[in-house]
Ligand binder design. Structure first.
Ligand SMILES: Nc1ncnc2c1ncn2[C@@H]1O[C@H](COP(=O)(O)OP(=O)(O)OP(=O)(O)O)[C@@H](O)[C@H]1O
Length: 256
């Protein structure tokens, strides 16, 4: 069953009387528990689409539904930067959303402690973001996103600022957490390997204006593995090539 549907969305930015058509007729659904990646060239409108899905931006045409209703409560958003508040402790950062949801202090602290433990960061509640590495901060951001128990997580290149090893480790952690909390996710990325390793389906977007060019089902022998295992599986290379060719064909069609 579809948890989120993007219904024929168009978007045009208007600035200083210049109209830039960024998205055209984007239509797709994401099933409960599914992991979908959106892959496309820089500037093709991926972040714009994610902002529309999160309800942060009103599309020029079309709409988004969450479980059949016009959205947008219960969506978690995780970005390239962790956006932790530097003056708040890790515990305060993770419990912030829970406080807004009127959790009492003890409940909020327990939830934060549990989540920090599951992302491999026990005993850091009283520390401040500046005392943590980039990878640790993104793990805190993941705990904060999951704390409010969103129905769907929207991930906008959350690993791109990390070193390669931290990125691979966080990919595995995110997938494990999504599985254990039975969450649905949509990831925007430039990284074909990351999209293959993490997803069940990959949406390839063309540019100017951004449109859905092709949707790949990730072969089940890869989709059922952890991201790290998928990257080293025998069929990874051939599938990588198919996705790569599709992106290359788009580049040539726009540059010719
Ligand atoms: N607020 C805005 N006003 C006008 N144009 C904008 C605005 N935000 C984005 N754009 C333009 O819309 C297009 C799509 O931007 P968007 O950030 O959605 O693309 P993207 O695929 O996420 O890019 P990247 O992969 O580089 O992050 C770009 O040409 C960008 O310059």
């Amino acid at each position: 069953m579809a948890i989120l549907t993007v219904h024929h969305v168009d978007h045009t930015y208007f600035s200083q009387e210049v109209a830039t058509e960024v998205l055209r007729d984007i239509h797709f659904s994401v099933a409960h528990g599914e992991f979908v990646s959106i892959l496309g060239a820089s500037g093709c409108g991926k972040s714009t689409l994610l902002s529309i899905m999160a309800g942060l931006l009103e599309p020029t045409r079309g709409y988004v539904t969450l479980e059949g209703h016009s959205q947008n409560t219960s969506i978690g958003y995780m970005l390239q930067q962790d956006y932790l508040f530097p003056w708040k402790t890790i515990e305060e950062n993770v419990t912030l959303g829970l406080k807004l949801l009127k959790y009492d202090d003890v409940q909020a602290k327990n939830t934060a402690q549990q989540l920090l433990q599951s992302v491999g960061l026990p005993n850091i509640e009283k520390k401040f973001p500046r005392q943590l590495s980039g990878g640790m901060r993104q793990r805190v951001a993941l705990a904060r996103t999951l704390a409010v128990d969103p129905k769907i997580l929207l991930l906008d290149e959350p690993f791109s600022a990390l070193d390669y090893k931290s990125k691979l480790k966080l990919e595995d952690l995110v997938c494990a957490m999504l599985k254990s909390y039975e969450k649905t996710a949509v990831l925007v990325t430039h990284d074909i390997g990351e999209a293959i390793a993490m997803s069940d389906r990959i949406i390839v977007m063309s540019a100017k204006p951004g449109a859905i060019h092709k949707i790949f089902d990730v072969p089940p022998e890869l989709a059922t593995l952890t991201p790290f295992e998928a990257r080293t599986h025998a069929s990874y290379g051939a599938f990588f090539q198919s996705v790569w060719k599709e992106l290359e064909s788009l580049e040539h069609s726009t540059s010719s």
